[in-house]
Design a binder for this molecule. Sequence first.
Ligand code: BGC
Length: 634
Amino acid sequence: MNIRRTNLFFLAIFLVWFSISLQGQKRDLDFRVDSLLRLMTLEEKVGQMTQYNGFWEVTGPVPVGGDARKKYDHLKNGLVGSMLNVTGVEEVRKMQEMVVKETRLGIPLIFGLDVIHGHRTVFPIPLAEAASWDLDAIEKSARIGATEASARGINWTFGPMVDISRDARWGRVMEGAGEDPYLGAKIAAARVKGFQGNDLSAPNTIAACAKHFAGYGFAEAGRDYNTVDVGTSTIYNAILPPFKAAAEAGVRTFMNSFNVLNGIPATGNAFLQREILKGKWGFTGFVVSDWGSAWEMMDHGFARDLKHAAELAANAGSDMDMESSGYVNHLKALVEEGKVTMGVVDDAVRRILRVKFELGLIDDPYRYCDENREKTLVGSAEHHAAALEVAKKSIVLLKNEGGLLPLSKSQKKIGLIGVLASEKNSPLGSWRFGSIDSSAVSVLEGMQKISKDIAYAQGPSLVTGIVDFEQELKINETDRTGMKEAIVLAKKSDVVVLVLGEHGFQSGEGRSRAKLDLPGLQQELLEAVYKVNKNIVLVLMNGRPLTIPWAASRVPAIVEAWHLGSESGNAIAQTLFGEHNPSGKLPMSFPKSVGQLPLYYNHYPTGRPWPKPEVFWSHYTDESNDPLYPFGLG
Ligand code: BGC
């Protein structure tokens, strides 16, 4: 035998051994899962299919009839399989101990949390990271998010969010990878790899969750929780590819979604969950509902009552119920009445137990409860350095006319203007559980580290109104305090760096906007500054594309800096002063007007596409049509 043949021979033997060993491991796992399943009562099975929120943070409407005492009783009686929003080793251990020690079978809980862009160390919002087009950097960001979250007791993230969207009115575009399904698919796989690593049972990896299955990003008119009605081509060519990529990358869980897809709520949608996901794609993990999405099938007029909702959800393949209490209250009766078969329940529980085994929780329920890791890893200097790198890569230089950028370090008289420039909270963006409020480096701090000659004026305020949006609007649109001072500074500066955009909670869930211009009095500020000084570098800090045609056609330099996380100000300052060359590219188009939405680069050719000296061609009569967007994808 020559060397080549010998090598081939050993390779063949290795492959046979490897495949036998994989099959053996799978058989082993199936055997352990089935052995445990056989010991379980129907109530205990339903328990595994139930997920409760913790007692502190809420990420959705407080459930009707939600009662903390009931929750404790259910936990102690084996009626809960998972909790979300419980964080920190101490709290996680407390809950885990209660369940492991007090329930009959002691099956550990799986703890879920939205680890969307980092945890204590906050990375750029996912839309910003997508602008880096750097899959290794994105994977690393997810890896660090997993490292920190797992060090705080978490073993499951509700991410990546892989919804494609073409409508910037929808506030959740900040969580996704933009409008392109190909880029979205690549990023979905990178994030799954980052969260899950190569060994799910390692204490620093966590199960990922591809969400929201499916179509949530296509809500009509960009209004959150609204109807989705799209054709087959959009489903297969735009919506599903990132989910399929996540499944192929081995994602262990999926989350269904709030929306109705073509008349059927995703949570009760057997076509999506049974036919596509578990059927065609052969997905072996489990599906969790979104927060109360089974309950919301009543709002959609699809379910008569909660019991009916539980029946529809279980039969359609929604394995775990997040915060609807539909399964815990009704599933047992539904099985006894023959409306849901034991086979459906067993299949769901098998999937959930399998993931718990894979995470190593059944062997060691406290695998993710190590105070020492929590103390040393969370928010480490190394993680901040990585966050800074990704933040710099996420910045997009939209425009630089007349060489205004980079700023020179010896440049005197730089006027920094805008309330967002000194903000330490907004740069953290939306969806940042685990972070410390106001912990980001502000642009002002970042610039002062590089140059001593920065004068600052705040300009009009941009208050965050998580509590009262009406009040927020009123203040932001009428309070001109600070306007005068800002114009005075602009007048005496050589260059003005104007930081404008959205505050951290102006995008995210439930934050749809009907207008996408600079909120509050910021456009007025921009125009007033421009009147006295045209040397403007506009730094945008935002969670979604904005309509900025006025700025796009006049302001010489525009930098898209999103919500960049903990290291925001350092990344922006280093870029402005030329220590870093910005290389990001937009993953989502910026429309000129809201009326153009949905707007995306890969649309089908229209009929009558070409400009004509008559009215009968595809265009708007009240908007300049060339091109439709000031800044497009790529
Ligand atoms: C969101 C999900 C999130 C869940 C748990 C829901 O409101 O839609 O994306 O994972 O809450 O926080």
